[in-house]
Design a protein around this ligand. Sequence first.
Ligand code: ADP
Ligand code: ZN
Length: 626
Amino acid sequence: MSTPTDPTAPAIDGPVGQPVGAARRPPREVLRAVFGHDDFRPLQGDVVDHVAGGGDALVLMPTGGGKSVCYQVPALARPGTGVVISPLIALMDDQVQQLRQAGVHAAALTSARTPEEVREIRRDLDSGALDLLYVSPERLLLGGLLEQLERCQIALFAIDEAHCVSQWGHDFRPDYRQLAVLGERFPDVPRIAVTATADESTRRDIKHQLGLTGARAFVASFDRPNIRYRVQVKGQARKQLLDFVCRDHPGESGIVYCMSRRKVEDIADMLRKEGVDAVAYHAGLAAETRSSAHTRFLREEGVVVVATIAFGMGIDKPDVRFVCHLDLPKSLEAYYQETGRAGRDGLPAEAFMVYGMTDVANLRRMVDDSSAPEEIKLVERRKLESLLGFCETTRCRRQVLLEYFGEAADACGNCDTCLEPVESIDGTHWARLALSAVYRVGQSFGAGHVVDVLLGKQNEKVDRRGHDRLQVFGQGTELSEKRWHSVLRQLVAQGLLKVDMANHGVLRLGPREQVVPVLRAEETVTLRADPEKLRPTRGAQKTGGRRAPAHDLEGADAALFEALRAKRRALAERQGVPPYVVFTDATLLEMVQRRPRGTSEFARLPGVGKSKLDRYADDFLAVLNG
Ligand code: ADP
Ligand code: ZN
């Protein structure tokens, strides 16, 4: 069942899926035999049973939640070829590689295929030899492919990254709109749309645009318990990053997001000088440079990619141990999606962000200046408020995130505010002073001058304007300069103050209806008690739980893990695939813990299906018994 175009395809007798017209195969058997998993995750089983039984489904699961299983298993359990529509070549190729390793006959019909390869794939499709066909939406509608599919037996249509159909989502792809045609032309073939983007408007749009109004919706918890969230106020951002990368995550692979291309390159340089294996990635780099960065990140261990958000979608690498934001993301959705790229393998991972007032102001300005219609701007402003609320919260960060996605949650015990609770205070008095000061200086000065006035600092600017005669002059000496800056930043975050970036960053009052009640002391303002103290990252060391799993191994176990990794690396290199395609870290860790001695014990390891058992058991058993 291997195709000549694929040197990595395994040699296994007979298709893993069903020949056309054959009886159905139990989904659990497929899960065990092909993917080596003993059980479905919560909800996966329900989705799989529903779709394998011919039902339509809309599946919302967080990144790393295990969405692929939701369509791959029913596709293999049902007779015929499963057709997966996916927006990115990188995503398709990655999945096809993984499936082939698992002994599945999968192919991706993309612009990267040669005409000969395309013919080959279409021949396999006709003969019913293909278990899974990946295709981009534009490709699906071209070259008579739909007509060909109508002649074939189709197990199901899966629409991956289904939020691309919605203009509310962040990756709108107009071609997705045309996928509604599938329901019309293939009324008897089940369709399953999957996405990690959950907000209500996007969800409605997906159903509507794809004609999936009758589909059953499956909404998984969006919690990613293995990710620890940490947010710090920007002090010396570079030092904060270095501490995080070099001290907490040495030798681990991760992503560092920055807003500008220039900064991406600067930060990558800085990390390299400190001995981190860092590569830069942004849309302005030559295609080869980008693709080499991408490939190194996937295929080597311990590479850190410093990138703009151009890097990310289509990264299925399971062992990304951290995601850092040196600039604020656009919204909490974007933040959750970006941080969700950490720890897909379920092992401990960390999301780390630093932010400052300039970031806040920049984002506000971007919204204000955009040419979008007012109703869209309104939504974007609300999204920004939520993001800032998350940064400034004194509550459990996971709770804030999950509540944003409409889910109730208990305090998690695995975020910075849970591990080292921040006190909040009634800051109404300070807020009033700050707001009055901004007002009294005519809403025409930046934070520095406002703080000088509050602290009663006599200087030339103050003298010249006569600001030392203001009532608020010197009224704020109880707080340090740093704390005043923090108060101002929090007021900006809460929308009580605005920063006018077009005008040298002068501070202005927020909307009247919000500000007046505070000035009249009718509304209270809650502030973090000591927000600018850069909180130590002790948590990471104290529990040890966030470090890469290998860091927790000792002595013989650590040595064995390294030997298994070396074996994995060699096998992966020989086939030109990323190491995780051979086995994930989770499977290697199980090997260390269980020490299987023979093939039957090896076969019971999670992540070891029939194909991988045949291909790799001997190699790894030799290391284990060596
Ligand atoms: P998503 O597409 O939702 O981001 P994936 O389908 O890539 O997630 O799955 C994430 C990881 O979880 C993969 O490494 C996959 O092997 C693993 N996984 C998925 N389902 C199961 C399961 N039932 N048991 C064990 N591991 C699973
Ligand atoms: Zn928490």
